[in-house]
Design a binder for this molecule. Structure first.
Ligand SMILES: [Zn+2]
Ligand SMILES: [Zn+2]
Length: 145
């Protein structure tokens, strides 16, 4: 199956060659709040080789506090961020889930950094939450369910 998405202006489009798209998480950290200009970020985790894009994709790199390099891809026209990879997680891409065409069907599997969650955000019962970032192995296990 192929999942499709794109930026707000429509110039940049992408396809995800994956069978299912269930590795969805929300991050309520203050960086995500600031960067998204919203209450939290919603992300889809896919193999980086699954992404093919068309249009004016631009790339910029920021260095995280840990020293890891975060390679961000965005539309060159409207600067909508679309996905990123990170030097600390080779082979993995994190797609801004709200840019997916079918984003209404996505169900977040886990919420992280809920200690900085906006108080009005209600998380569905039974969905795992972590006060800060989740341990890598546990996070991966939840997302692969
Ligand atoms: Zn655009
Ligand atoms: Zn975050």
């Amino acid at each position: 199956m192929t999942f499709t998405g794109g930026c707000r202006c429509g110039a940049a489009r992408y396809e995800l060659a994956v069978d299912t798209l269930t590795a969805i998480y929300c991050c309520h950290c203050t960086d995500c709040q600031r960067w998204s200009g919203s209450a939290f970020s919603e992300q889809a985790v896919v193999p980086d080789t699954a992404i093919s894009a068309t249009g004016p994709i631009v790339e910029f790199t920021i260095t995280n506090e840990s020293g890891a390099l975060s390679h961000q891809r965005a539309c060159g026209v409207c600067h909508n961020r679309l996905w990123n990879t990170n030097s600390s997680r080779p082979g993995i891409a994190v797609v801004r889930a709200g840019t997916l065409d079918h984003n209404r069907t996505l169900e977040p599997r886990v919420h992280i950094w809920v200690k900085s969650k906006q108080p009005w955000v209600m998380i569905a019962e039974g969905v795992p939450c972590f006060e800060e970032s989740a341990p890598v192995a546990e996070f991966a296990a939840i997302l692969s369910r």
